[in-house]
Each structure stands twice: as structure tokens, then as C-alpha cells.
Design a binder for this molecule. Structure first.
Ligand code: PAF
Length: 259
């Protein structure tokens, strides 16, 4: 597995590839089985798979959240090597942002709702870094998890709006045995918070009424940002102390939901 730290070295690697199809998984590290499921999809459908690990400071609206974001590079590299990844791209801030984030990608509709309404500038940071990574990596296919459903939707829309020659593939949420959606942030949960966290999924799966869901989650100890329906999904974001968790479920029978 090649470790590549600069765009110049990546360009050399990319032009040396004889492969027709390159799959890409963008991550911020602290990898779990959710990330590995994206990697496996990529390995299955492409001759070469590249993974990036870059904690993207521009998408954090809160400095504490950035400072507390888990990092586990040695373990990440071990997992990616075991999985059979061909190359890992490990850029630094100055490599990705030579302009110091003067140029940004902004979407002015969906990115202002749901998570965007609570995390100022979050999706500007996400879309900008994803645009840069797609331009650098030049993948045929790029894999993103449905856990970040709003992010996935915005990335698909951006790729279409800017005629980027990459197929964006959404992959299903991977859950722990008890139903908690896998997330790097779960590493920050203490024992009690971990027990509370699983009730997020259980509550949105078992209640039909958004008001009841909100009431139940508040009783459990969540500070709920939103519970809202988008397309055929019910999306939720809620805090346990300072740890923000998100989840979503498919909602086939939308008529049963009432605000
Ligand atoms: O989903 C994530 O981990 C990040 O938002 C991403 C897509 C890697 C961009 O930094």
C-alpha cells in the first residue's frame, strides 16, 4: 500500500496507473467498519482504490469539536492495508488549502437547512474539500455513506452542477449490533452516553410522530437539533452533552408521520 503525502507525488502515481477504473473513499480517519464497507464497495467495483485521510478543519464550526476529533493514524493504515487498499493520500492543510480557504464552494439552498442551519459554514467546508479531493484524485467512482445523508445529497448535486466526471455512490449505514450507527464520534462516548446513544435509533424507528420522538429523546437526555423529513428519509441530529450524533432512516410510509 502506497502512502502519498503531496499532490505532486499523487499526480505521478495517478499517471503511472494503467487501471481503467479508480475508486475513492474520502475520510477524516478514526476508521470504523462503516468506512471499511465503503472501501470494500470500491475494491469490488474498481481496479484501484485510493483512500484519503484528512481532518478537514474548514468544516468544523466549533474549535472544540475539531480539537476533540479522534485520530488513530497507525490503526487506520493497518486496517486499510488489511482491506487491500492500493494507496492512501495523507495531505496537510497547506497542501489542500494553498489559498488558505479564500476560495470556497457554496450551495445556497439545502446546505442552509438541517445540519447546515445549526453548523455555520459546515457544508461550505465539506463541499470545498470534496471538490478539491475529486480534482486531485480523479476517481471514476467515489463512495460516501448514507449516514451523512445531507452531505451525500449535496455532493451528488455539486458533482452534477459542476460536470465533474466522477460517479458518486451512496452506501448504506453500517450499525453496531444494538443499532447505533457507526461513527468516529462514537469513540468519544462514555459508558452512560453509549447506552443513551443507542436510543437515538430505537426512538426514531419506533415512534411515528415527530413530537413524540422529540419528547422521548429529550427525556433520555438528548438535546435535539432537528428531526425532519427529507425526500424519503427521516433525519435526526442531537447532542449528548457536547457530542453531536446524527442518524437517518428510510420512511416509506410518509403519511403516518406528523410533526
Ligand atoms: O464524511 C466525512 O468524513 C467528511 O465530511 C469528508 C467527506 C471526508 C470531507 O471531509
Amino acid at each position: 500500500m502506497k502512502i502519498i503525502k503531496t499532490i505532486e507525488s499523487y499526480d505521478l502515481y495517478r499517471s503511472s496507473l494503467k487501471t481503467q477504473s479508480l475508486g475513492f473513499v474520502a475520510t477524516m480517519g478514526a476508521l470504523h467498519l462503516g468506512h471499511i464497507s465503503l472501501v470494500e464497495q470500491s475494491l469490488k467495483n474498481n481496479q484501484t482504490t485510493v483512500v484519503s485521510i484528512f481532518i478537514n478543519a474548514t468544516q468544523f464550526d466549533c474549535i472544540n469539536d475539531l480539537n476533540n476529533y479522534p485520530s488513530a493514524l497507525d490503526n487506520d493504515l493497518k486496517l486499510l492495508k488489511q482491506a487491500g487498499v492500493n494507496a492512501v493520500f495523507l495531505p496537510v492543510y497547506d497542501g489542500i488549502y494553498p489559498d488558505d480557504y479564500v476560495f470556497q464552494i457554496q450551495e445556497n439552498r439545502l446546505s442552509k437547512k438541517l445540519c447546515g442551519a445549526y453548523r455555520d459554514g459546515h457544508f461550505d467546508g465539506v463541499l470545498t474539500v470534496v471538490m478539491k479531493l475529486l480534482n486531485i484524485i480523479k476517481p471514476t467512482n467515489a463512495y460516501f455513506g448514507e449516514k451523512d445523508f445531507q452531505q451525500l445529497t449535496l455532493i451528488k448535486q455539486m458533482v452534477s452542477a459542476f460536470f465533474i466526471n466522477t460517479v458518486i455512490v451512496g452506501c448504506p449505514i453500517i450499525r453496531e449490533a444494538d443499532g447505533l450507527a457507526m461513527s468516529s464520534r462514537n469513540l468519544r462516548l462514555n459508558k452512560l452516553q453509549r447506552q443513551q446513544a443507542v436510543l437515538l435509533y430505537q426512538t426514531i424507528s419506533s415512534h411515528k410522530n415527530i413530537k413524540q420522538m422529540r419528547k422521548k429523546l429529550t427525556e433520555i437526555g438528548f438535546d435535539v437539533d432537528y428531526i425532519e423529513v427529507m425526500n424519503d428519509r427521516l433525519l435526526v441530529a442531537a447532542y449528548l452533552d457536547e457530542i453531536r450524533l446524527i442518524d437517518n432512516i428510510e420512511y416509506k410510509n410518509m403519511k403516518e408521520i406528523s410533526a
